[in-house]
Design a binder for this molecule. Structure first.
Ligand SMILES: *Cc1c(COP(=O)(O)O)cnc(C)c1O
Length: 410
Protein backbone atom coordinates (compact mmCIF):
# COMPACT_ATOMS: atom_id res chain seq x y z
CA UNK A 1 0.00 0.00 0.00
CA UNK A 2 1.64 3.22 -1.14
CA UNK A 3 0.69 6.85 -0.75
CA UNK A 4 0.52 8.25 -4.27
CA UNK A 5 -0.86 11.66 -5.25
CA UNK A 6 -2.34 12.06 -1.79
CA UNK A 7 -4.15 8.75 -1.69
CA UNK A 8 -3.27 5.23 -0.71
CA UNK A 9 -3.10 2.77 -3.56
CA UNK A 10 -2.37 -0.87 -4.14
CA UNK A 11 -0.92 -1.49 -7.61
CA UNK A 12 -2.39 1.84 -8.64
CA UNK A 13 -5.88 1.07 -7.32
CA UNK A 14 -7.18 3.57 -4.74
CA UNK A 15 -7.87 1.62 -1.56
CA UNK A 16 -10.90 3.75 -0.67
CA UNK A 17 -12.54 2.63 -3.90
CA UNK A 18 -11.87 -1.00 -3.01
CA UNK A 19 -13.47 -0.47 0.40
CA UNK A 20 -16.40 1.24 -1.22
CA UNK A 21 -16.90 -1.57 -3.71
CA UNK A 22 -16.40 -4.57 -1.42
CA UNK A 23 -17.38 -3.07 1.93
CA UNK A 24 -15.51 -3.30 5.21
CA UNK A 25 -14.01 -4.98 7.13
CA UNK A 26 -11.95 -6.14 4.19
CA UNK A 27 -8.70 -8.01 3.76
CA UNK A 28 -6.79 -6.92 0.67
CA UNK A 29 -3.69 -8.76 -0.53
CA UNK A 30 -1.14 -7.45 -3.00
CA UNK A 31 0.06 -10.29 -5.24
CA UNK A 32 3.15 -8.34 -6.30
CA UNK A 33 4.38 -8.20 -2.73
CA UNK A 34 3.85 -11.91 -2.28
CA UNK A 35 5.86 -12.66 -5.41
CA UNK A 36 8.60 -10.17 -4.58
CA UNK A 37 9.11 -11.74 -1.14
CA UNK A 38 9.47 -15.16 -2.76
CA UNK A 39 12.05 -13.65 -5.11
CA UNK A 40 13.92 -11.98 -2.25
CA UNK A 41 14.37 -15.38 -0.68
CA UNK A 42 15.36 -17.05 -3.92
CA UNK A 43 17.98 -14.36 -4.52
CA UNK A 44 19.42 -14.55 -1.03
CA UNK A 45 20.31 -18.23 -1.20
CA UNK A 46 22.06 -18.56 -4.53
CA UNK A 47 24.72 -21.23 -4.69
CA UNK A 48 22.77 -23.97 -2.95
CA UNK A 49 19.80 -26.10 -4.01
CA UNK A 50 17.16 -24.00 -2.35
CA UNK A 51 13.65 -25.40 -1.91
CA UNK A 52 11.09 -23.06 -0.45
CA UNK A 53 7.83 -24.34 0.99
CA UNK A 54 5.25 -21.75 1.89
CA UNK A 55 3.77 -22.39 5.34
CA UNK A 56 0.11 -22.58 4.37
CA UNK A 57 -1.25 -21.89 7.82
CA UNK A 58 -0.39 -18.20 7.47
CA UNK A 59 -3.05 -17.71 4.78
CA UNK A 60 -4.81 -20.49 2.90
CA UNK A 61 -7.16 -18.89 0.42
CA UNK A 62 -7.06 -20.92 -2.82
CA UNK A 63 -6.13 -17.85 -4.87
CA UNK A 64 -3.12 -17.24 -2.61
CA UNK A 65 -2.10 -20.89 -2.79
CA UNK A 66 -2.37 -20.83 -6.58
CA UNK A 67 -0.32 -17.64 -6.74
CA UNK A 68 2.35 -19.26 -4.61
CA UNK A 69 2.23 -22.42 -6.72
CA UNK A 70 2.83 -20.23 -9.75
CA UNK A 71 5.89 -18.71 -8.12
CA UNK A 72 7.42 -22.17 -8.32
CA UNK A 73 7.75 -23.10 -4.67
CA UNK A 74 6.31 -25.89 -2.51
CA UNK A 75 4.06 -26.00 0.50
CA UNK A 76 4.37 -26.84 4.18
CA UNK A 77 1.16 -28.01 5.83
CA UNK A 78 0.27 -28.86 9.40
CA UNK A 79 -3.07 -30.57 8.88
CA UNK A 80 -4.45 -32.95 6.33
CA UNK A 81 -7.04 -30.33 5.41
CA UNK A 82 -4.30 -27.84 4.54
CA UNK A 83 -2.73 -30.58 2.43
CA UNK A 84 -5.99 -31.07 0.57
CA UNK A 85 -6.32 -27.34 -0.01
CA UNK A 86 -2.81 -27.39 -1.43
CA UNK A 87 -3.61 -30.30 -3.75
CA UNK A 88 -6.73 -28.48 -4.95
CA UNK A 89 -4.59 -25.44 -5.70
CA UNK A 90 -2.42 -27.59 -7.95
CA UNK A 91 0.60 -28.48 -5.83
CA UNK A 92 2.17 -31.85 -6.58
CA UNK A 93 1.97 -34.20 -3.59
CA UNK A 94 5.76 -34.49 -3.47
CA UNK A 95 6.02 -30.70 -3.13
CA UNK A 96 3.85 -30.72 -0.03
CA UNK A 97 5.52 -31.40 3.29
CA UNK A 98 3.24 -32.59 6.07
CA UNK A 99 4.57 -31.41 9.42
CA UNK A 100 2.02 -32.45 12.02
CA UNK A 101 2.25 -32.08 15.76
CA UNK A 102 0.07 -34.19 18.05
CA UNK A 103 -2.28 -35.07 15.20
CA UNK A 104 -3.59 -38.65 15.05
CA UNK A 105 -1.38 -41.22 13.34
CA UNK A 106 -4.24 -41.71 10.88
CA UNK A 107 -3.39 -38.30 9.37
CA UNK A 108 0.14 -39.52 8.70
CA UNK A 109 -1.34 -42.56 6.98
CA UNK A 110 -3.52 -40.26 4.88
CA UNK A 111 -0.47 -38.16 4.01
CA UNK A 112 1.34 -41.30 2.85
CA UNK A 113 -1.70 -42.36 0.83
CA UNK A 114 -1.71 -38.93 -0.84
CA UNK A 115 2.01 -39.22 -1.60
CA UNK A 116 3.09 -36.23 0.50
CA UNK A 117 6.47 -35.71 2.02
CA UNK A 118 6.08 -36.70 5.69
CA UNK A 119 7.74 -35.19 8.74
CA UNK A 120 7.67 -37.09 12.03
CA UNK A 121 7.94 -35.18 15.26
CA UNK A 122 7.86 -37.75 18.05
CA UNK A 123 9.45 -41.06 18.98
CA UNK A 124 6.25 -43.17 19.33
CA UNK A 125 5.11 -42.20 15.81
CA UNK A 126 8.56 -42.82 14.39
CA UNK A 127 8.41 -46.32 15.81
CA UNK A 128 4.90 -46.78 14.49
CA UNK A 129 5.92 -45.43 11.09
CA UNK A 130 8.66 -48.04 11.05
CA UNK A 131 6.24 -50.82 11.97
CA UNK A 132 3.71 -49.82 9.32
CA UNK A 133 5.96 -48.75 6.44
CA UNK A 134 9.41 -50.19 7.16
CA UNK A 135 11.60 -49.11 4.26
CA UNK A 136 8.75 -48.68 1.80
CA UNK A 137 8.04 -44.97 2.35
CA UNK A 138 10.59 -42.34 3.34
CA UNK A 139 10.13 -39.80 6.10
CA UNK A 140 11.83 -36.79 7.56
CA UNK A 141 12.52 -36.27 11.26
CA UNK A 142 11.82 -33.07 13.10
CA UNK A 143 14.44 -32.21 15.68
CA UNK A 144 14.06 -29.92 18.66
CA UNK A 145 17.53 -28.39 19.00
CA UNK A 146 17.12 -27.12 22.60
CA UNK A 147 18.83 -23.91 21.75
CA UNK A 148 18.39 -21.33 24.45
CA UNK A 149 19.66 -17.80 24.04
CA UNK A 150 23.18 -19.15 24.41
CA UNK A 151 24.38 -16.27 26.56
CA UNK A 152 22.46 -13.82 24.46
CA UNK A 153 19.36 -12.99 26.43
CA UNK A 154 17.60 -11.22 23.57
CA UNK A 155 16.53 -14.16 21.52
CA UNK A 156 15.08 -17.52 22.39
CA UNK A 157 14.89 -19.76 19.38
CA UNK A 158 13.98 -23.19 20.66
CA UNK A 159 13.67 -24.63 24.06
CA UNK A 160 13.61 -27.92 25.90
CA UNK A 161 10.02 -27.48 27.13
CA UNK A 162 8.64 -27.09 23.63
CA UNK A 163 6.14 -29.71 22.49
CA UNK A 164 7.61 -29.69 18.97
CA UNK A 165 10.10 -32.08 17.48
CA UNK A 166 12.14 -34.93 18.84
CA UNK A 167 14.67 -33.76 21.38
CA UNK A 168 18.20 -33.60 20.04
CA UNK A 169 19.15 -35.40 23.27
CA UNK A 170 17.29 -38.43 21.88
CA UNK A 171 19.47 -38.52 18.78
CA UNK A 172 20.76 -42.03 19.56
CA UNK A 173 17.28 -43.34 20.27
CA UNK A 174 16.08 -42.03 16.89
CA UNK A 175 18.94 -43.77 15.14
CA UNK A 176 18.20 -47.05 16.93
CA UNK A 177 14.56 -47.01 15.79
CA UNK A 178 15.51 -46.00 12.26
CA UNK A 179 17.99 -48.89 12.03
CA UNK A 180 15.59 -51.37 13.63
CA UNK A 181 12.92 -50.81 10.96
CA UNK A 182 15.24 -49.75 8.16
CA UNK A 183 13.30 -46.48 7.86
CA UNK A 184 14.41 -44.38 4.89
CA UNK A 185 15.18 -40.99 6.36
CA UNK A 186 15.04 -38.50 3.50
CA UNK A 187 15.33 -35.31 5.50
CA UNK A 188 16.11 -33.66 8.81
CA UNK A 189 13.96 -30.76 9.91
CA UNK A 190 13.99 -28.02 12.49
CA UNK A 191 11.62 -25.13 13.03
CA UNK A 192 12.38 -23.04 16.04
CA UNK A 193 9.13 -21.17 15.75
CA UNK A 194 9.95 -17.74 17.05
CA UNK A 195 10.65 -14.57 15.12
CA UNK A 196 14.39 -14.54 15.01
CA UNK A 197 16.53 -11.59 14.19
CA UNK A 198 19.80 -13.05 15.39
CA UNK A 199 21.60 -14.89 12.64
CA UNK A 200 24.28 -16.24 14.95
CA UNK A 201 21.68 -18.15 16.92
CA UNK A 202 20.18 -19.49 13.71
CA UNK A 203 23.60 -20.65 12.55
CA UNK A 204 24.14 -22.31 15.90
CA UNK A 205 20.94 -24.29 15.32
CA UNK A 206 22.05 -25.06 11.77
CA UNK A 207 25.35 -26.49 13.04
CA UNK A 208 23.48 -28.81 15.42
CA UNK A 209 21.16 -29.97 12.66
CA UNK A 210 24.03 -30.60 10.23
CA UNK A 211 25.55 -32.79 12.97
CA UNK A 212 22.32 -34.81 13.30
CA UNK A 213 22.13 -35.05 9.51
CA UNK A 214 25.48 -36.85 9.41
CA UNK A 215 23.83 -39.84 11.11
CA UNK A 216 21.83 -40.50 7.92
CA UNK A 217 23.56 -41.23 4.67
CA UNK A 218 20.74 -40.84 2.13
CA UNK A 219 19.26 -37.46 2.86
CA UNK A 220 17.60 -35.54 0.05
CA UNK A 221 17.10 -32.40 2.08
CA UNK A 222 17.65 -30.52 5.29
CA UNK A 223 14.81 -28.24 6.28
CA UNK A 224 15.48 -25.23 8.47
CA UNK A 225 11.85 -24.24 8.96
CA UNK A 226 11.18 -20.56 9.30
CA UNK A 227 10.68 -17.85 11.85
CA UNK A 228 11.94 -15.12 9.53
CA UNK A 229 11.07 -11.86 11.18
CA UNK A 230 9.39 -9.09 9.24
CA UNK A 231 9.16 -5.40 10.09
CA UNK A 232 5.94 -4.40 11.80
CA UNK A 233 7.00 -0.80 12.25
CA UNK A 234 9.71 1.49 11.01
CA UNK A 235 13.06 0.59 12.48
CA UNK A 236 12.01 -2.94 13.56
CA UNK A 237 14.83 -5.41 13.58
CA UNK A 238 14.16 -8.01 10.90
CA UNK A 239 15.91 -11.14 9.76
CA UNK A 240 18.71 -10.01 7.47
CA UNK A 241 17.97 -12.45 4.66
CA UNK A 242 20.98 -11.43 2.60
CA UNK A 243 23.36 -12.05 5.51
CA UNK A 244 21.63 -15.28 6.45
CA UNK A 245 21.92 -16.35 2.82
CA UNK A 246 25.66 -15.80 2.75
CA UNK A 247 26.20 -17.72 5.99
CA UNK A 248 23.86 -20.56 5.09
CA UNK A 249 25.39 -21.02 1.66
CA UNK A 250 28.84 -21.26 3.21
CA UNK A 251 27.75 -23.65 6.00
CA UNK A 252 25.88 -25.81 3.49
CA UNK A 253 28.82 -26.03 1.13
CA UNK A 254 31.04 -27.12 4.03
CA UNK A 255 28.49 -29.70 5.07
CA UNK A 256 28.10 -31.09 1.57
CA UNK A 257 31.84 -31.47 1.22
CA UNK A 258 31.90 -33.52 4.42
CA UNK A 259 28.74 -35.42 3.66
CA UNK A 260 29.81 -36.39 0.17
CA UNK A 261 26.54 -35.79 -1.55
CA UNK A 262 24.38 -32.81 -2.42
CA UNK A 263 21.22 -32.04 -0.45
CA UNK A 264 18.44 -29.53 -0.91
CA UNK A 265 18.19 -26.80 1.70
CA UNK A 266 14.60 -25.99 2.57
CA UNK A 267 12.89 -23.13 4.34
CA UNK A 268 9.22 -22.83 5.18
CA UNK A 269 8.38 -19.16 5.44
CA UNK A 270 4.81 -18.15 6.09
CA UNK A 271 4.85 -14.70 7.57
CA UNK A 272 7.78 -13.53 5.47
CA UNK A 273 5.86 -14.21 2.27
CA UNK A 274 2.39 -12.91 3.03
CA UNK A 275 2.48 -10.62 6.07
CA UNK A 276 3.31 -7.32 4.41
CA UNK A 277 1.18 -8.17 1.37
CA UNK A 278 -2.02 -8.02 3.42
CA UNK A 279 -3.94 -5.10 4.87
CA UNK A 280 -7.13 -5.17 6.92
CA UNK A 281 -9.38 -2.20 6.19
CA UNK A 282 -12.02 -1.15 8.70
CA UNK A 283 -14.58 1.59 9.02
CA UNK A 284 -14.55 3.94 12.01
CA UNK A 285 -17.86 3.46 13.82
CA UNK A 286 -17.24 6.00 16.54
CA UNK A 287 -14.65 8.39 17.90
CA UNK A 288 -14.96 8.51 21.66
CA UNK A 289 -13.02 10.78 23.96
CA UNK A 290 -12.55 9.69 27.57
CA UNK A 291 -10.19 11.01 30.24
CA UNK A 292 -7.85 8.10 29.36
CA UNK A 293 -7.70 8.26 25.59
CA UNK A 294 -9.40 9.10 22.35
CA UNK A 295 -10.78 5.83 21.09
CA UNK A 296 -11.33 5.10 17.45
CA UNK A 297 -13.82 2.23 17.48
CA UNK A 298 -13.76 0.24 14.24
CA UNK A 299 -15.98 -2.38 12.63
CA UNK A 300 -13.63 -5.28 13.20
CA UNK A 301 -11.99 -6.84 16.20
CA UNK A 302 -10.07 -9.76 17.60
CA UNK A 303 -12.49 -11.98 15.69
CA UNK A 304 -10.78 -10.90 12.47
CA UNK A 305 -7.24 -10.17 13.58
CA UNK A 306 -6.28 -11.72 16.87
CA UNK A 307 -2.53 -11.14 16.78
CA UNK A 308 -2.46 -7.94 18.86
CA UNK A 309 -4.49 -9.55 21.64
CA UNK A 310 -2.98 -13.02 21.40
CA UNK A 311 0.69 -12.18 20.98
CA UNK A 312 0.83 -8.50 21.85
CA UNK A 313 1.78 -8.05 18.19
CA UNK A 314 2.23 -4.52 16.92
CA UNK A 315 0.49 -3.58 13.68
CA UNK A 316 0.95 -0.19 12.11
CA UNK A 317 -2.31 1.61 11.46
CA UNK A 318 -2.96 4.50 9.09
CA UNK A 319 -5.98 6.64 8.38
CA UNK A 320 -6.41 6.18 4.65
CA UNK A 321 -9.35 8.62 4.53
CA UNK A 322 -7.29 11.52 5.81
CA UNK A 323 -3.71 11.69 4.66
CA UNK A 324 -3.24 15.37 5.56
CA UNK A 325 -2.57 17.42 8.63
CA UNK A 326 -0.92 16.85 11.96
CA UNK A 327 -1.22 13.61 13.83
CA UNK A 328 -2.55 12.90 17.28
CA UNK A 329 -2.82 9.84 19.49
CA UNK A 330 -5.68 7.38 19.27
CA UNK A 331 -6.44 4.08 20.87
CA UNK A 332 -7.71 1.96 18.01
CA UNK A 333 -10.13 -0.62 19.34
CA UNK A 334 -12.48 -3.21 17.92
CA UNK A 335 -16.20 -3.79 18.33
CA UNK A 336 -15.98 -7.07 20.23
CA UNK A 337 -17.34 -7.24 23.75
CA UNK A 338 -14.01 -8.09 25.25
CA UNK A 339 -10.91 -5.93 25.23
CA UNK A 340 -9.64 -5.90 21.68
CA UNK A 341 -7.14 -3.14 21.28
CA UNK A 342 -5.35 -2.96 17.95
CA UNK A 343 -3.01 -0.28 19.22
CA UNK A 344 -2.73 2.28 22.02
CA UNK A 345 -1.19 5.58 21.28
CA UNK A 346 -1.38 5.22 17.53
CA UNK A 347 -0.42 8.45 15.82
CA UNK A 348 -3.01 9.02 13.13
CA UNK A 349 -4.15 11.91 11.00
CA UNK A 350 -7.32 13.25 12.54
CA UNK A 351 -9.90 10.48 12.65
CA UNK A 352 -13.59 11.16 12.03
CA UNK A 353 -16.56 8.86 12.11
CA UNK A 354 -16.81 7.07 8.77
CA UNK A 355 -13.09 7.14 8.01
CA UNK A 356 -11.33 4.01 6.86
CA UNK A 357 -8.34 2.80 8.85
CA UNK A 358 -5.82 0.36 7.42
CA UNK A 359 -4.17 -2.18 9.70
CA UNK A 360 -0.95 -3.16 8.06
CA UNK A 361 1.01 -6.43 7.97
CA UNK A 362 -2.21 -8.36 8.29
CA UNK A 363 -1.60 -10.95 5.58
CA UNK A 364 -0.19 -13.65 7.83
CA UNK A 365 -2.24 -15.20 10.61
CA UNK A 366 -4.97 -12.64 10.05
CA UNK A 367 -7.83 -14.21 8.15
CA UNK A 368 -6.50 -17.70 8.86
CA UNK A 369 -7.00 -17.18 12.59
CA UNK A 370 -10.32 -15.38 12.27
CA UNK A 371 -13.48 -16.57 14.00
CA UNK A 372 -17.18 -15.83 14.28
CA UNK A 373 -16.91 -14.62 17.88
CA UNK A 374 -19.80 -12.31 18.82
CA UNK A 375 -21.60 -13.95 15.87
CA UNK A 376 -19.96 -11.59 13.44
CA UNK A 377 -19.35 -12.51 9.84
CA UNK A 378 -15.84 -13.21 8.66
CA UNK A 379 -14.64 -10.47 6.30
CA UNK A 380 -14.35 -10.61 2.54
CA UNK A 381 -10.93 -11.04 0.94
CA UNK A 382 -9.64 -9.35 -2.21
CA UNK A 383 -6.49 -10.13 -4.15
CA UNK A 384 -4.99 -7.45 -6.36
CA UNK A 385 -3.29 -9.34 -9.16
CA UNK A 386 -1.81 -7.75 -12.29
CA UNK A 387 -3.45 -4.44 -11.41
CA UNK A 388 -6.93 -5.94 -11.09
CA UNK A 389 -8.88 -6.48 -7.88
CA UNK A 390 -10.44 -9.92 -7.52
CA UNK A 391 -12.89 -10.88 -4.82
CA UNK A 392 -11.45 -14.16 -3.55
CA UNK A 393 -13.83 -14.73 -0.66
CA UNK A 394 -17.31 -13.40 -0.10
CA UNK A 395 -18.24 -11.80 3.17
CA UNK A 396 -20.23 -14.26 5.27
CA UNK A 397 -23.95 -14.02 5.80
CA UNK A 398 -26.48 -15.21 8.37
CA UNK A 399 -26.61 -18.53 6.51
CA UNK A 400 -22.95 -19.16 7.26
CA UNK A 401 -23.54 -18.67 10.97
CA UNK A 402 -26.32 -21.24 10.90
CA UNK A 403 -24.80 -23.62 8.36
CA UNK A 404 -24.01 -26.54 10.65
CA UNK A 405 -26.55 -25.92 13.35
CA UNK A 406 -29.26 -28.52 13.76
CA UNK A 407 -32.67 -27.40 14.82
CA UNK A 408 -34.44 -29.39 17.55
CA UNK A 409 -37.83 -29.06 19.21
CA UNK A 410 -37.51 -27.04 22.41
C1 LIG B 1 4.17 -21.99 11.37
C2 LIG B 1 5.23 -22.76 10.73
C3 LIG B 1 6.09 -22.16 9.80
C4 LIG B 1 5.99 -20.71 9.39
O1 LIG B 1 6.43 -19.81 10.33
P1 LIG B 1 6.49 -18.24 9.99
O2 LIG B 1 6.97 -17.60 11.23
O3 LIG B 1 5.12 -17.82 9.58
O4 LIG B 1 7.42 -18.07 8.86
C5 LIG B 1 7.04 -22.96 9.19
N1 LIG B 1 7.16 -24.28 9.50
C6 LIG B 1 6.37 -24.88 10.40
C7 LIG B 1 6.55 -26.32 10.69
C8 LIG B 1 5.39 -24.15 11.05
O5 LIG B 1 4.60 -24.75 11.95
Amino acid sequence: MFLEEGEYKIQGLPVLELCEKYGTPLYVYDAEKVLSQVNNLKNAFQGINLKLKYAAKALTNQAILKLIKKSGIGLDVVSIQEARLGLMAGFEPKDIMFTPNCTPFAEIEQAVALGLSVNIDNIPFLERFGQVYGNTYPCCIRINPHVEAGGNDKIKTGHAESKFGISIIQKTEIKTIVDKYDIQINGVHVHTGSDFGDIEVFMQVAALIFEVAKDYSNLDFIDFGSGFKVAYKNGDKTTDIAKLGVEMVKATQDFIQDYGRNVDICFEPGKFIVSDAGTLFAHVNVVKKTPAATFAGINTGLNHLIRPMMYGAYHDIVNVSNTQGSKSAYAVVGYICETDTFGWDMHLNEVSEGDILAIKNAGAYGFSMSSNYNSRYKPAEVLVYNGIAHLIRKRETMEDLLRNQIEIEI
